[in-house]
Design a protein around this ligand. Structure first.
Ligand SMILES: Cc1cc2nc3c(=O)[nH]c(=O)nc-3n(C[C@H](O)[C@H](O)[C@H](O)COP(=O)(O)OP(=O)(O)OC[C@H]3O[C@@H](n4cnc5c(N)ncnc54)[C@H](O)[C@@H]3O)c2cc1C
Length: 461
């Protein structure tokens, strides 16, 4: 089988990895000059940082399995320390309880019951936003704004639409042992030390994954921007602009779209078009523009967050005063990534400002000292809204493996590196490549769960 994978991010690389190992004739076309997609490394102020994707949780079994198979550096495990809010609205997931934690004691204690109820009636709650679910369960506005939305934003903050995140997503990441991102704590709300890991340098990790693909006979073509896809009865023709600006065409049996749906739609529209179901799904995935500013401006951090001298927090969340359900996030990269070292021991931070279209007027980006700005990058990401989970996610199974096409990428489900990897492995499986980590119980569970929800298939054993 000849397969062309469009996009060399986590999803595209995982698909190519499995297909190449299965002996398929696979070629990855990536428009950038390196593999990894939004999992990128940059050299700033004399140090290397991972500036997009940063970390994973214990549940990231497939990402870890692929890293091990390709011989990349092992992940660096850390205890997650988060500083939320400022002044009276400040709380942390470690150390002494703050005034806010004490004031919201009842809400925090009752949250466990709320999570259990959401889990029990999951089919119903899939249609219910976090905001509505918490209101139904009588949780206070302060608890919703300052604790739940702020925590949700850590992983699902894209587009600043945390209020609209489906309540089952929130419940799963607290409740489900195999998908867990946070540990609930009846006193502090979020446990003192949920285990997370920082990825190794992505430049190195994806170089190794690329080498693994090519050493097994797969092809990787960089600087190859796909512009048109024609799906015919007997084959698919993929047109791309190469590094010299010339158009090349590849003919294949299957195409895997491992780029976002705006890109896929443009390629299909330029070719033989989309089906009604594809259009329905594409129309229900909402994208938002966020910008990250990497900097070493300690004064900015101290003005907008509670930055302790003695303990090093990794994450900082600031809620906007006029609407505390909306937030800005910052990371201390030097407290998180073992290889990130600021010049003269300085801390290197990254602040991320969400949803340019709606919330730009709230951004305090201009207050960051321009002399301390190391890097500015824009990102376009989908939001985890109820609409996404009710109108897009359940319909993927009706277009997967139809018209010689597969879709892979975090946008098919939840915006995490683990989902991107799994989505690529499942797409490869549908093209005939065996699942490479069948011996790993945790990884297989997630693969099977994703395959059944997004493809409507069960793995053959
Ligand atoms: C700033 C940021 C921080 C994040 N942090 C985390 C984190 O800490 N942990 C976590 O688990 N997840 C994080 N994520 C989520 C992240 O989206 C996923 O983890 C995952 O890496 C996405 O992989 P993907 O393959 O689905 O998409 P992408 O990485 O976006 O890959 C898509 C690829 O397709 C290519 N492409 C697009 N159009 C074309 C074309 N026309 N022709 C050829 N190639 C094309 C792109 O260049 C890109 O390489 C973060 C995301 C962002 C943006």
């Amino acid at each position: 089988m000849r397969v062309v994978v469009v996009g060399g991010g986590a999803a595209g690389c995982a698909a190519s990895f499995a297909l190449a190992r299965a002996g398929a004739d696979v070629e990855t076309l990536e428009r950038g000059d390196a593999l990894g997609g939004v999992a990128t490394s940059e050299v700033v102020g004399g140090t290397t940082i991972n500036d997009g994707v940063q970390g994973g949780a214990t549940s990231y079994a497939n990402a870890r399995a692929i890293m091990e198979a390709c011989g990349t550096e092992t992940p660096h495990w850390v205890d997650v320390r988060v500083s939320f809010g400022r002044g009276e609205a400040h709380w942390r997931n470690h150390g002494e309880a703050t005034a806010l934690t004490r004031a919201l004691r009842d809400d925090i204690a009752r949250f466990e019951k709320t999570l259990k109820r959401i889990k029990r009636f999951e089919a119903l709650y899939a249609f219910v936003s976090v905001e509505r679910a918490l209101r139904w369960h009588g949780h206070s506005k302060a608890f919703r704004d300052r604790m739940v939305y702020a925590t949700t934003a850590l992983f699902f903050g894209t587009g600043n639409c945390t209020r609209k995140v489906s309540s089952i997503v929130l419940a799963r990441v607290f409740n489900d042992d195999r998908l867990r991102l946070y540990d609930y704590d009846p006193v502090r709300f979020m446990s003192e030390a949920p285990k997370m890991f920082a990825f190794p340098k992505f430049s190195e990790m994806y170089r190794r994954i690329g080498e693994d693909i090519t050493s097994h006979g797969g092809r990787v073509t960089l600087n190859a921007r796909v512009v048109k896809v024609e799906r015919e009865k007997k084959c698919v023709r993929v047109h791309f602009e190469n590094a010299e600006g010339a158009i090349e065409v590849r003919e294949c049996d299957r195409v895997i779209f491992a780029c976002n749906t705006e890109q896929s739609k443009a390629m299909l529209d330029a070719g033989t078009g989309t089906s009604m179901m594809e259009r329905h799904i594409f129309n229900n995935i909402e994208y938002f523009d966020d910008v990250s500013v990497t900097h070493s401006d300690e004064a900015y951090m101290k003005k907008h967050y509670e930055v302790a001298e003695d303990v090093r927090d990794m994450y900082f969340i600031k809620s906007y005063d006029d609407d505390p359900s909306l937030c800005e996030m910052s990371f201390d990269l030097t407290a998180y990534q073992p290889f990130a070292k600021g010049a003269n021991g300085e801390r290197v931070y990254q602040s991320i400002f969400l949803n340019a279209a709606k919330d730009k007027s709230r951004w305090t980006r201009d207050e960051i000292d321009p002399n301390r700005v190391l890097l500015v990058k824009w990102w376009r990401q989908f939001g985890h809204t109820v609409r996404h989970f009710t109108r897009a996610v359940p319909f993927w199974r009706f277009v997967q493996n139809k018209r010689r096409t597969l879709y892979a990428g975090s946008y098919t489900s939840v915006n995490t590196h683990e989902i991107a990897i799994i989505s690529g492995l499942v797409a490869a499986y549908r093209c005939g490549a065996p699942y490479p980590f069948a011996d790993d119980v945790a990884a297989s569970f997630q693969f099977d769960l994703y395959a059944s929800i997004i493809h409507g298939v069960k793995r053959r054993r």
